[in-house]
Design a protein around this ligand. Sequence first.
Ligand code: GLU
Length: 466
Amino acid sequence: MVVPDASMVRVRIAPSPTGFAHLGTASTALYNILFARANGGTFALRIDDTDAERNRPEYELLIYESLRWLGLDWDEGPDKGGPYAPYRQSERLDLYKQHAAQLLADGKAYRCYCTPEELDAERKQAQAEKRPYKYSRRCLTNPPTGRAEFTVRFKVPGGEVKFKDMIRGDMSFDSDLIGDFIIVKSNGYPVYQFASPVDDAVMKISHVIRGEEHLSNTPYHLMLIDALGYERPTAYAHMPLILAKDGTKMSKRKHPETNLALYREQGYLPEALINYLALLGWNPGTSQEIFTFDELVQAFSFDRVQHAGARFDWEKLNWINGEYIRRLDDEELVRRLQPFLPNLDEATIRRAVPALKTRMAKLADAATLLEYLWTNPPAPALEPEALERVRAAIAVLNDVPWEQQAIHDSLMGVVEKSGLGPNKTFMPIRLAVTGKKISPPIDYTLALLPKEVAMSRLQRVAGVTA
Ligand code: GLU
């Protein structure tokens, strides 16, 4: 999506390093990058770490690692520097102090000495009178004396706050409903509502693209940018929330799919996850479902982003990932499978790849499908009629050269005789050799094992001694 004045496009994400790297961070980063690349703009990574109690450097590293794994690299950031460094909010505290001092000096903010208990009492009073709570402005008009501890509150000017949302159109909020809010805590730290717009303005962010949960924060940010005399960003975009499949809000605790590390561990290809995330909340208006990154840059536009929450769909992700796996050339797939198959040498993985390709939704499936190669599965107890099929297989396989095509051809004779069709015929053979109902196609399954191992697994089930 190309915008007028594209040369000025500067976007950012501002994740907080308070836990594992989050799926929402990847999704927001992706939309920011697609927009930046389409406009030849700049994408900055700003670390929102003003919550000193919850931030950890190792969580910041997880953000870097997972975004890099996805190929969502940034142009400016704490580790890279840039014209507006530093990019960690904890290193910009002086800047927020200066801005708070300016607002205080201009009479646009004031010190509030109210204690938490007093504020609580105000809130309860409002509740009892059934009116929405707004700070009373006691400290603006009549501050208590002799107290040292204070917060800084922004004096909300009142009136309509209007802005353009690239997804939702013209937005308008009535700021008379917003009480004077705290911008600097009593420990001297700025709150998110203050640090974020100061940075967006100072870093000359042109388009703020973030999750829908921040839509209601935007009027706060705009009032502050106006009060500080900065130019507003050109536009905002609030991306739909990613919801669980049943439409409920995802929680970090209950939904493992919120953790980006999971996708890497399970063998989702980063390019497939990107493709899936792009379609989660946006549609191209055509039936195309598989996109290269460059195609996404070309096709993406905010007017095709849905307003409602986007439901996470494992089935679709697995389908897209399977498509990407099937499109990899064999050597590349061997390379990507190696970390998932530490028990197998490269040559065995190479021999397994054609069979795996058709059956894998994710790379970790390979270990489940091939486990029989490095374990000795227990012999299944089979019905007499199933045993017959195993015996028939032994008979035809005895003299067969041990390679996939020859095995295939000889087993087709067993299928014909049994009259049961391939799936049913092969099931007891599959169970005898792998201990599982699902494996690569049976001819590959057998060919991947040394002949004597495969035959002895069949023989022990059939009660035949070699
Ligand atoms: N730290 C906020 C978050 O991770 C940043 C929101 C914003 O982009 O302004 O949700």
